[in-house]
Design a protein around this ligand. Sequence first.
Ligand code: CO
Length: 461
Amino acid sequence: MQVRFTETVLRDGNQSLIATRMPIEDFEPILETMDSAGYYSIECWGGATFDACLRYLNEDPWERLRKIKAKVSNTKLQMLLRGQNLLGYKHYPDDAVRMFIRHAVENGIDIIRIFDALNDLRNVEVAVDETLKCGAIASGAISYTTSPVHTIEKYIELSKDFKNMGVQSITIKDMAGIMGPKEAYDLISAIKDSIDIPVVLHTHCTTGLAYMTAIKAVEAGADIIDTAISSFSGGTSQPATESVAYALEQMGYETGLDHEVLKKVNDYFKPLKEKYIRSGLLDPAVLATDSDALIYQIPGGMLSNLISQLKAQNAMDRLDEVLTETPKVRKDLGYPPLVTPTSQMVGVQAATNVLLGERYKSVGKEVKAYLRGEYGKAPGPVNEELKKKVLGDEEPISGRFADTLEPCFDKAKAEIGELAKNDEDVLSYIAFPQVAKTFFENRDKKPELEEVKAFYSIELL
Ligand code: CO
């Protein structure tokens, strides 16, 4: 019996605990050691890392990837990609998606985990196709949620459709950490019974279920699990690599991990964690277990957004009403999984409905775009009355939204001109135009040490 591990400290651990603010200087010295730990892969790029590099760290994300690749030669490097949205929040034309993936692979990525917020596989097919053409590994990720339309049968169908596209594995992506051990066992057993494909489990410790869920997932036949080195584990991050491996080895599984190396990796990250806590970058609150999401069935991040939104409007006394309204809005929209950007969309609309005292008196532009079909197909039936009220006689898009977009690479290249030094820069510009432009304009200015200290508000180790 064998199970392999994907280490998330550089991407999801970093993203979940310290809002992706870990600069490359902080982790570059440990990369070679990490490379010898025996991980299946190291998740180190994509997700919010790209945006955070450009926006907050004055770091070229492509350069970061090349630096990681230079130090990690045995272990596969992995990234997370939101299908047609790449790493941003809107749909990009196919030429940008293909170019982006080609350059990601050329610069060192071995595995691309690809998902769509609505599990509309039309939004991932180009990304999967290009990943395979580039000779990289594509993992088809299913955004996990619970609703009357998200049945095991539905998940099996999605897995089969992914397999038919040619992906080499299926990832169950539980971004909110709401999947219990029984759900994981039943779902993964069913997928393994239906198709012959490696299954990966990705979850978060947020609600306290993740350790139990990971063990049951492996018992059901999961081949790979995502964990984070212990000092960056727990809370909103993944379960601890060392502890999950320890438990599974006791149960007779071979993990391929070297515990002495893991100890070195953890010894390296421990003082970094202390540093981030001292600077305020890591709020110890995110390390706690918060079971509220199990009651409200909404991700922890969405709940804290709702709370800060209501606080800003001096309306915290309406929180219970908003939490009652949230599942109703979600139902009206056909049960989208609550992940960026749908979580924000549903939360804001629920709060608006409550605060204005009338449902859908005002409808956000994201909800309009969603009902128009710009995000893809809703998982379940949408409230027809609402759709009619919002769209009137306008016909929703029936095809794939990206088909309505013109190619953009050449145009973007001309637009950014000499500020872009290469095609990777053009892709950064396409992904985050304003942020990338500001980065290009400032990247050659070496910030003074004091400025850097003030910027991170931390002492440099
Ligand atoms: Co995650």
